[in-house]
Design a protein around this ligand. Structure first.
Ligand code: HEC
Length: 149
């Protein structure tokens, strides 16, 4: 095996193990990647409000837009039938589809409101806190019902 070939193989293994053996192009791999980006975007916003990252109004508004766009994305990557492996989605995602979809819409409307709030000037951290809280509540409400930890 040539060195080049070896490094291609190694790289593929690294990528796979980084996702816990999940094919990044599978529906599961795709939704997990989106959820991770949502977490990162949400943490950046929360970090700005809590002082971990310096508050920057335009940057916050941009982050809110990003989170809002992401919040529409994971749902289409839940297939008709639950995967057997590596998913931490509970069975009831498929058994209580309408409730699941309703909670997805709740998140989308919370991130939509956050975008609106984040555009209000002058920027006020005191307005943004409750809007971010509402988004975080929408995440955890769904996780409580539909995600196995
Ligand atoms: C409507 C339900 C629902 C909402 C709302 C929701 N999630 Fe999730 N989330 C899930 C489910 C189901 C899984 C498990 C996916 C799987 O493993 O198949 C999950 C998994 C995750 C994961 C783990 C991904 C991985 O690598 O395994 C993260 C991180 C995450 N969600 C973050 C968020 C954040 C942040 C929000 C809010 C901004 C959010 N979720 C809102 C249902 C939801």
């Amino acid at each position: 095996m040539t060195l080049k070939r070896l490094s291609v193989v190694l790289l593929a293994c690294l990528t796979l193990s980084a996702c816990g053996g999940v094919d990044p192009n599978s529906p599961l791999g795709q939704r997990k990647a989106i959820f991770k980006q949502m977490l990162k975007a949400g943490e950046d916003l929360g970090g700005m409000l809590r002082g971990r990252i310096p508050f920057d109004g335009p940057k916050f508004a941009e982050g809110a837009e990003k989170l809002d766009a992401l919040s529409h994305e994971p749902w289409k990557h839940f297939p008709q039938v639950r995967e057997e492996d590596h998913t931490s989605a509970k069975d009831n995602v498929w058994q209580q589809q309408s409730r699941f979809q309703e909670m997805a819409r709740n998140l989308e409307s919370a991130t939509g409101e956050l975008v609106m709030t984040s555009k209000v000037q002058p920027y006020k951290v005191s307005n943004l806190g409750p809007a971010v809280q509402k988004v975080e509540d929408a995440c955890s409400a769904c996780h409580k019902q539909f995600r196995d930890h």
